[in-house]
Structures are given as structure tokens and as C-alpha cells.
Write a protein of this length. Structure first.
Length: 220
């Protein structure tokens, strides 16, 4: 029993050290990026990711507002978990009898993308919750959003705001317009699909909705 406890503490310490490191230093990659790269190289050994880190102040405020409006409207108010959003998602899943919505916050998504697999298991969700608590306790909201905008997937092998801005609009992340930002935010739930279906009616409708909500989105 003692060895198990020591092992569990060491395991959590490994995650904690990563979070402490990211207070000052930027991640060169993430668990999800490595997973996607391995999948791409199964079909093309020369495949690589489009990824370039960009500082928070060099990311368009439009994109910050659009992503918060789309993914986590209460980002500035909660401490890592939006229990009302979880309740709504749970009720939607029960109604549709499938996993249709997750209700995850930006902090929860960041925890998963940086350090965990995409498996939907109870163990992974519990670990995600623990890492989320670490992120919220040790990092500022600005740093959490900066990390998130730099590591999330935005297309086939496309990661982060800078790569996405160049991939879709041939501009830098700092110059994204409100419309461009809303379109990128609307792609987040299914980026590889929308990369190939950029004129999807559903995507364009989501873009209009997000753009209308951006002005009230509160960001760091």
C-alpha cells in the first residue's frame, strides 16, 4: 500500500513539474501533437506539423474573444470547471444517447492536450481534473489562454494560432479580423473535418453565431 501511494505521488509530481515549468517556459510540443504526428507518419514518414509559438500579445484580441465565446464563456469566472456547462452537456448526451457534448472548459482541454491521451476513460478524466486544478492554481488566466491558443489543433497537422492564421488566411495571428477569428473558433470541435469542408453551411452558421457573441466575451 505504501509503495502504491509513493508511486501515485511521484506520478502526480511528474505532471506538477511540467505545469511549474510552463509558468516560465513555452512547450515545444504536446502529448496530442505527438499523437497526431505519429498518426500522420503512418501514412507519410516525412510528414511534419505546422506549428509556431506566438506570444499572447501577438495574438489578435478578436481570436481571444472568439475562442472564449465559443469554448468557455465563463473562462474568467470559474476556477477550472464550469459545472453548469457540464450539467447541460450531460443532459444533452442523455437525450441523444451518445457522447455529443463534453462541457469541458479551456483549462480542462489544455490539461488533456498538453499531457494526456484522447481516450475517453474514467481514469483519464480524473487525471485531467487533477491537472486542471494544477493549471488553475499555478498559472494565470492569461498564461492558460496563451498556452491553449498555441497548442490546440486547427486542421490536418495544423497546431496553434500562428500556424492556423497562415494556413487558412495567409496572415499572422496578430492581424486576424473578427470574421476570420470567429471562423477559426468555430472549427475547434472538429478541425480536421472543417479543414476539408471550409464552406460547410454548419460551419458558416456557427461562425455567425460566435461573431455575434464576441463583443461580450471577457478575456485576460
Amino acid at each position: 500500500m505504501g509503495l502504491l501511494l509513493v508511486g501515485a505521488l511521484l506520478y502526480q509530481s511528474w505532471f506538477l513539474l511540467h505545469v511549474v515549468y510552463w509558468r516560465t517556459y513555452n512547450p515545444a510540443t504536446s502529448a496530442f501533437m505527438q499523437q497526431r504526428l505519429a498518426q500522420l507518419r503512418e501514412h507519410n514518414p516525412q510528414a511534419d506539423l505546422q506549428y509556431r509559438w506566438v506570444a499572447y500579445e501577438h495574438i489578435s484580441d478578436h481570436l481571444k474573444q472568439a475562442v472564449v465565446a465559443a469554448e468557455d464563456a465563463r473562462f474568467m469566472q470559474h476556477a477550472g470547471f464550469d459545472f453548469n456547462a457540464m450539467k447541460i452537456a450531460w443532459e444533452k448526451n442523455l437525450e441523444q444517447r451518445k457522447w455529443a457534448a463534453g462541457g469541458s472548459t479551456i483549462s480542462q482541454q489544455l490539461a488533456k492536450n498538453l499531457l494526456l491521451s484522447s481516450d475517453k476513460t474514467l481514469g483519464r478524466k480524473l487525471q485531467e481534473a487533477l491537472i486542471t486544478l494544477m493549471l488553475e492554481q499555478l498559472l494565470s488566466k492569461e498564461r492558460i489562454l496563451e498556452l491553449y491558443l498555441n497548442v490546440i489543433e486547427w486542421g490536418e497537422g495544423v497546431f496553434g494560432a500562428e500556424a492556423a492564421a497562415h494556413h487558412y488566411f495567409h496572415v499572422s495571428a496578430s492581424t486576424l479580423s473578427a470574421r476570420q477569428a470567429a471562423l477559426l473558433a468555430s472549427m475547434i470541435p472538429n478541425p480536421r473535418h472543417y479543414d476539408k469542408n471550409r464552406n460547410s453551411p454548419r460551419l458558416l452558421n456557427k461562425t455567425r453565431i460566435i461573431e455575434s457573441r464576441m463583443r461580450v466575451a471577457k478575456v485576460p
